[in-house]
Design a protein around this ligand. Structure first.
Ligand code: GDP
Ligand code: ZN
Length: 380
């Protein structure tokens, strides 16, 4: 899907490109990864573009609307926000981590748009030359338009917990606990809705005596998802898992006990992932924040460290959109009699017809119905 000569690549680090409307590819510094963006066919959502400008250019550029996609000022340093600490963002520029504040005009604009700087944002920042030493502090001047987002519902609002997540590694285990296909489907829908690529990983394959888990995984491979078989105990598939993680920003999700930490420790021994429940801080009763951070991998790329990743759920996805994320349904939905067919109880439903002829598997269909019926459809 990648565009020829497109994303990222070997572009100069600080090339100044003339401002144009509707640009789909901001110049990216290549500190995040080459692979991640070469493989990436997403159009940038121009509405998520944010920018401020250096002092001297303020008056000229202030007339430019915040939601227009434009280049960051050419003389900024670039990095990735690894963690937020109060008003400070820890920005990793590849060499070191800079504590950065957010320039006031940007902060005001971001808050108005309910779009504060968050973990995973790729930012342009400026460090006062006088302070350009180990004790230096930066000021964030620009935030790159976001792509994959890990979101969470808080009341009626949706918060981005981590931005620019490339993929979700959805881990199940062949046994202890047994695989739950419905949970895999749930994570796939949540990932795709957040524009995050799902990767299905079947761990504890050493326990798969009857081959059931392997055949379940095959269903997902046949649907076109990347599928991995691993054993953290025996070391199976770890090289492949490293290959999948390298150079990308990944979130690892799955039931407790499936071996997520064991796998990551095999990928990078000594990785100190936090475990446990989401730590929530209630700030003056107004905001609930979920602490997340990114950990840089030695092989390149990052993993999201979010305790109790239950936040990665479907509560931000209207259930009328679930059908879009069941890949094998898509060709059928247009043929349902009712344009708003939910494929559960309606007559003349092309999805149900496809289940009867075996073109859609009964298990996946039942899984869809379960997700649909479980949903309270909070924001359809
Ligand atoms: P997490 O809750 O998903 O992070 O799971 P853990 O990594 O804590 O693993 C839960 C348990 O499963 C531990 O006792 C691990 O030793 C065990 N485990 C992890 N991976 C494997 C595997 O591939 N095979 C087997 N047999 N056990 C595993
Ligand atoms: Zn239908």
């Amino acid at each position: 899907m990648g565009k020829p000569g497109g994303h990222g690549g070997k572009k100069g680090k600080k090339v100044r490109v003339a401002f144009r409307r509707n640009r789909t590819k901001p110049a990216r510094r290549n500190d995040w990864t080459e692979q991640a963006h070469q493989a990436d066919g997403h159009e940038i959502d121009a509405q998520h573009s944010e920018s401020v400008v250096p002092k001297g250019e303020l008056s000229r550029q202030r007339t430019v609307k915040a939601d227009e996609d434009k280049e960051p000022p050419s003389d900024l340093q670039h990095g990735v926000v690894l963690a937020m600490r109060g008003l400070y963002a820890d920005v990793d520029d590849g060499d070191r981590i800079w504590p950065c504040t957010v320039r006031r005009v940007l902060r005001t604009r971001l808050i108005e748009q309910r779009h504060p700087v968050t973990v995973g944002d790729r930012v342009g920042f400026r460090v006062d030359p006088a302070e350009d030493d180990r004790a230096g502090e930066g000021v964030i001047e620009w935030v790159r338009p976001r792509q994959g987002e890990l979101c969470r519902r808080v009341g009626r609002r949706i918060h981005t917990i981590v931005a620019n997540v490339d993929q979700a590694i959805i881990v199940s285990s062949a046994g202890q606990p047994d695989p739950r296909p419905n949970l895999i489907d749930r994570y796939i829908v949540a990932s795709l809705a957040g524009r995050i690529t799902p990767v299905v990983c079947m761990n504890k394959i050493d326990l798969d005596q009857a081959g059931c888990a392997a055949s379940l995984l095959k269903v997902y491979a046949e649907l076109g998802y990347e599928a991995l078989v691993t054993s953290a105990i025996e070391g199976t598939g770890i090289t492949e898992l490293r290959g999948v993680l390298a150079g990308k920003a990944s979130v690892v999700v799955g039931q407790s006990g499936v071996g997520k930490s064991s796998l990551l420790n095999m990928v990078q021994p000594g990785l100190q992932l936090r475990t446990g429940e989401i730590s929530e801080q209630v700030n003056k009763g107004r905001h609930v924040t979920t602490t997340a951070s990114l950990i840089r991998l030695e092989i390149g790329g990052f993993v999201v460290d979010t305790p109790g990743i239950r936040s990665f759920d479907l509560s931000t996805v209207p259930r009328s959109q679930y059908e879009l994320h069941f890949a094998e349904f898509v060709e059928h939905v247009a043929h349902c009699k009712f344009p708003d067919c939910s494929h559960t109880h309606e007559a003349d439903c092309a999805v149900k017809a496809a289940v009867e002829t075996g073109r859609i598997s009964q298990d996946r269909y039942e899984s869809y119905v379960r997700l649909f019926e479980d949903s309270s459809d909070p924001i359809s």
